[in-house]
Write a protein of this length. Structure first.
Length: 300
């Protein structure tokens, strides 16, 4: 939680900020190169599909917690919601990192020269299809986070203008992006007669400002992840095109060889036919010679 500037101005001690980080990579399947046999490949692919389904569920839960955080008025309830959501976001980001790693493992199977081209093409196509779906999922998650961040900013803007009605749009935006919003509230409530309410509003501003920073960090990480997955999809398309070209060339060679074989068979049949003709003609000539010899020599 961000520090309480009201307490700071009153001489109290500061409190440390906390930040949300991406979870560790899922290394359960290892990171070694080389392709998988069909069974292992599709088992891992099915695991990716299940992980992505869980991520969708988590995104829905995070969106629901966002709505609760915007609507709640109780300070303790907001902190509980924020804590639950931060843990869920950390778990979700860890799952996302695991899916990306597993997709990279699957992508390497298409580079295994020992696998048949048809199998490599199938693996590459299936991996690319899932990577595209993952990319779309990242986009949905990022868009949801962005919308929540904007709504949180709008709420802070309203609260800031209450404390400083004459502020320009640029000043408000700059204050929210920095730490000035809390300072403005701290200064304005110092002379308030309703210290309890003032302190509560100040804490709400600080917590939501910290919330925006965490969401912006998540959005930035998702944007980077989206770029990396998009590059993976593009690389896989190059692999698919290369395999397709190799398959087409192989098929062309097979067709050419088949034509040559067919031509050789035809020529062989023709050669046999000529041989039989020559043999028959030779027999006829021999018979004629024998007949002539019989009637001209032996008969006399």
């Amino acid at each position: 939680m961000s520090r309480d500037r009201f307490n700071e101005l009153q001489g109290y001690s500061d409190r440390e900020d906390t930040a949300i980080e991406l979870g560790p990579l899922d290394s359960g399947h290892g990171a070694g190169g080389g392709g998988y046999p069909d069974g292992r490949f599709f088992n891992l692919l099915d695991g990716v599909v299940r992980q992505m389904s869980q991520i969708d569920e988590h995104i829905g839960l995070i969106a629901n917690l966002h709505e609760q955080a915007l609507a709640v008025t109780s300070e303790s309830k907001y902190r509980q919601i924020s804590s639950d959501r931060d843990q869920l976001v950390a778990d979700t980001n860890g799952m996302i990192a695991g899916v990306k790693q597993n997709l990279e493992i699957l992508a390497r199977t298409a580079d295994d020269p020992t696998s048949p081209k048809e199998q490599r093409a199938l693996h590459a196509t299936r991996q690319q299809t899932q990577a595209k779906k993952f990319s779309e999922q990242l986009q949905r998650y990022r868009q949801m986070e962005y919308q929540y961040s904007q709504r949180n900013r709008e709420r802070l803007e309203r609260q800031y203008r209450i404390a400083r009605p004459e502020a320009s749009d640029e000043e408000v935006a700059s204050a929210i992006d920095s730490d000035q919003a809390g300072q403005v509230f701290a200064q304005s409530v110092m002379h308030s007669s309703r210290i309890g309410d003032a302190r509560r509003v100040l804490r709400d501003v600080e917590e939501r400002q910290a919330d925006i920073k965490k969401i912006d960090k998540t959005i930035s990480e998702l944007a980077q992840m989206f770029v990396e997955v998009s590059e993976m999809v593009n690389r896989q398309q190059e692999v698919i095109d290369s395999i397709d070209t190799a398959i087409e060339e192989t098929q062309a060679h097979v067709d050419s060889g088949r034509k040559e074989v067919n031509t050789a068979i035809v020529l062989r049949i023709k050669a046999r036919k000529k041989l039989w003709i020559i043999l028959v003609v030779s027999i006829i000539i021999i018979v004629i010679i024998v007949v002539i010899i019989y009637f001209t020599v032996i008969k006399k």
